[in-house]
Design a protein around this ligand. Structure first.
Ligand SMILES: Nc1nc2c(ncn2[C@@H]2O[C@H](COP(=O)(O)OP(=O)(O)OP(=O)(O)O)[C@@H](O)[C@H]2O)c(=O)[nH]1
Ligand SMILES: [Mg+2]
Length: 360
């Protein structure tokens, strides 16, 4: 059981507030479960409808109802309260199971060079999330720097720079019109030279339907490990000191790596780690876009190997259920939830808490 700190309590109340409308809908549905109605068609139809309204999507809602129904047959609904509790419990169990990826990802390694690539369609909240995430890493004493790989839209750099000044992290030089992959390559070199251990890369928002932009993203992602390998290899010009500090150029891409989610508990000892680059490809999804998020997740996960998902704007939707079909489709864990526009509005994701707040 997790110890609940003051910060956890604030997070719980933000999540509770964000999901209150869906929770009330489930509460009202469950309150109608009586001994007679527990297994009625009418009840299961309403359950499916409520799941769809929570953004779980029609296909998954149908599947869940079928599973709950099959399971419910074996239960003893001797009194309404018990019926209510049991139906809710089966549903909660099935939903939580869906969200717990087989191997949850760590979010940083104190002894590694951590690179975070933020990807997603236009306006999902990538830049805002970078600021929130930088704040979180800095609180955990990581040395953070950022780069803007959107070389097309001039304002993209300015937005990131405003956040950098506000939160207190450096944003590497503005570059307009160049190749985003080479911006990333240079950023890795510079971040290493500056002895940083967290590089946050903002990318241009792109529609998942634009093949050339998705190919560009694959190239950007590959350039991280290339730059790292060449910067840390012991060539005639390489600094031995730098090579010692950052290891031998091996790459640990943190795609669905085992470990804990809690950033506070991250550490990998320098002795045991022979791979020093930890690359995290994070997909930022906007909770208010509904079922389209599933399609976005599928296409982005083909372009880059995703480490985790950050679902933003859950404060702007009463739903949030979209994460169930998303995680089912791509088998990538949700790591954080964005629940507002300020720097502290980033919640660490916990499946059980989420489901509890959704179902009541
Ligand atoms: N309510 C709310 N608004 C958010 C959240 N995250 C981001 N936003 C807002 O969403 C809008 C877009 O955010 P950006 O961070 O600029 O999005 P982006 O993905 O970087 O956009 P592009 O670079 O244009 O693709 C801004 O108005 C943010 O304040 C959130 O968790 N909750
Ligand atoms: Mg942006």
């Amino acid at each position: 059981m997790r110890q609940e700190s003051k910060q956890d309590k604030v997070a719980s109340s933000l999540l509770a507030k964000a999901l209150s409308r869906t929770r009330n809908a489930f509460a009202s549905l469950f309150s109608r479960v009586t001994t007679e109605k527990a297994l009625s068609d009418e009840f299961f139809e309403s359950l499916e409808e409520t799941l769809i309204l929570a953004d779980i999507g029609p296909a998954l809602a149908q599947r869940l109802v079928k599973e709950v129904r099959t399971f419910a047959v074996s239960l003893d609904f001797s009194e309404p309260k018990e019926a209510h509790r049991q139906v809710r419990e089966i549903l909660a169990e099935k939903l939580a199971k869906m969200l717990i990826a087989p191997m949850p990802a760590q979010v940083f390694f104190k002894e590694k060079f951590n690179v975070y690539l933020f990807v997603g369609v236009n306006g999902t909240g990538k830049t805002t999330t970078i600021a929130k995430f930088a704040h979180l890493l800095m609180r955990n004493r990581l040395r953070v720097i950022s780069a803007c790989a959107d070389t097309f839209r001039a304002a993209a750099f300015d937005q990131l720079k405003i956040w950098g000044d506000r939160v207190g992290f450096e944003v590497l030089e503005k570059e307009i019109g160049g190749d985003p992959a080479s911006v990333v390559y240079k950023a890795v070199e510079l971040a290493l030279a500056k002895n940083m251990n967290a590089l946050l890369i903002d990318t241009a928002g792109r529609m998942q339907t634009k093949k050339n932009l998705m190919d560009e993203l694959s190239k950007i992602s590959r350039s991280v490990s290339k730059a790292y390998a060449s910067s840390t290899s012991l060539g005639p010009d390489a600094s031995p000191d730098r090579a010692r500090r950052f290891g031998d150029g091996k790459v640990a891409t943190c795609h669905k790596k085992p470990g804990h989610l809690s950033p506070a508990s991250q550490s990998v000892s320098a002795e045991t780690a022979d791979e020093r680059l930890a690359q995290f490809n994070l997909l930022v999804l906007d909770a208010t876009t509904g079922q389209n998020a599933v399609e976005q997740a599928k296409v982005f996960s083909e372009a880059v190997s995703l480490t985790g998902i950050i679902l933003t704007k859950i404060d702007g939707t009463a739903k949030g259920g979209v994460i169930f079909p998303v995680v089912s489709a791509v088998r990538v864990p949700v790591l954080f939830l964005g629940c507002g526009e300020s720097v502290s509005d980033l919640l660490e994701f916990h499946a059980q808490d989420f489901v509890r707040n959704l179902l009541g």
